[in-house]
Design a protein around this ligand. Structure first.
Ligand SMILES: *Cc1c(COP(=O)(O)O)cnc(C)c1O
Length: 354
């Protein structure tokens, strides 16, 4: 194995996405997908775009989608970048803003794609331990870093950092780019998009995969100064001019323009989250205060591995990591009310001593 592989690729340990099994019907609470369908207007746009013909290349500048996003966020189109999922945007950020000279910093418990990108693009990194309660030690992110990246709310904890603290980190790294990965921000946290004008080094990454229920479409975007967006375009156009296809462009634009549907669905997820957190606490679980569409929980009397396996036997998939600090935690996606009823039945059975 690995014969002919370049030395750089041989040394990589790639990211492992949550499983997408097809062997049986699972209750899938392991990859933070939305339990509801996307906007019906997005589905109409998919059909229309396919029928209009896929013979021609898509718009390499994605102008219509960027205009819709600019309008939604009160920014200018040149302050918006779109990509094939926010994972691609994060990868472009590592190439555009971080270099071999100085380590980029991120938390020890966070999205596990960051160290993978660092390895792929030859960027040294330093992981900063979260506080005991999993909040972010803001002081330790200030200084002469090669860059900063973290999700807000953080994953897999769901804990949000107040905007004033995000701004402190941006001000405290005046010579580096600070990337805020807002994959879950629509579920109750404050977006740093509101303070872009004060921080030319701030870049916000967003996705259609969670709050817009379009994980299968692969669309993400970034908001930042025209200068930072130009750097992302420079990377993109040195790699692949057509990262978004015609179907994705049309459906994403329709989703952005359907504000009422977006509001209704994200509120529904947040209400289910509140109810589920209370039910889990009633069973004795410790639940991190979540501003995301998932709950990070542990039970003082039952190990994470046993609960994970018990749920699996009952047809319910959640996510768990072997990392020592969180090995007894489970990250559970907020699903439909019926999904949550099944989850609670299974967890009640698993946490009742026989
Ligand atoms: C889901 C997720 C992403 C990736 O989203 P895509 O747009 O589907 O690539 C990025 N960051 C975090 C923290 C996520 O949880």
């Amino acid at each position: 194995m690995k014969e002919f592989w370049s030395s750089r690729i041989r040394a990589l340990e790639p990211y492992t996405p949550g499983e997408q099994p097809r062997d049986r019907k699972w209750i899938k609470l392991n990859t933070n997908e939305n339990p509801y369908p996307p906007s019906p207007r997005a589905l109409e746009a998919v059909r229309a775009a396919a029928e209009a013909g896929l013979r021609l290349y898509p718009d390499p500048e994605a102008s219509a989608l960027r205009e819709a996003l600019a309008e939604f966020h009160g920014r200018k189109p040149e302050e918006v970048f779109v990509g094939n999922g926010s994972d691609e945007i994060l990868a472009f950020c590592f190439q555009a803003f971080f270099g071999p000279e100085q380590p980029v910093v991120f938390p020890d418990i966070t999205y596990s794609f960051y160290p993978v990108y660092a390895g792929l693009f030859g960027v040294p990194f330093r992981q900063i331990p979260l506080n005991e309660d999993f909040t972010l030690p803001v002081e330790r992110f200030l200084g002469d870093n090669g860059g900063v990246v973290f999700p807000n709310p953080n994953a897999p904890t769901g804990i949000a950092l107040p905007l004033a603290e995000v701004e402190r980190i941006a001000s405290g790294n005046p010579r580096a780019v600070v990337v805020i990965d807002e994959a879950y921000v629509d579920f109750g946290a404050e977006s740093a998009a509101a303070c872009l004008d004060r921080h030319p080094n701030l870049l916000v990454a967003r996705t259609f995969s969670k709050s817009r229920a379009l994980a299968g479409l692969r669309v993400g975007y970034a908001l930042g100064s025209a200068n930072l967006i130009a750097a992302l375009n420079c990377v993109k156009n040195s790699f692949n001019s057509y990262t978004l296809d015609r179907v994705a462009l049309a459906a994403a634009e329709a989703s952005v323009r359907d504000r009422a549907y977006f509001e209704e669905r994200r509120r529904e997820v947040m209400a289910t989250r509140t109810r589920t957190a209370a039910r889990l606490e009633a069973l004795g679980f410790e639940v991190c205060p979540s501003c995301a569409n998932f709950l990070f929980v542990r039970h003082p009397d039952y190990g994470g591995k046993a609960l994970y396996e018990g749920l699996r036997e009952r047809g319910i998939l959640v996510r768990r990591w072997d990392q020592r600090r969180v090995q007894d935690h489970l990250r559970i996606t907020v699903g439909s009310e019926a999904d949550m009823d099944a989850l609670m039945d299974a967890l009640s059975a698993l946490t009742t001593r026989r």
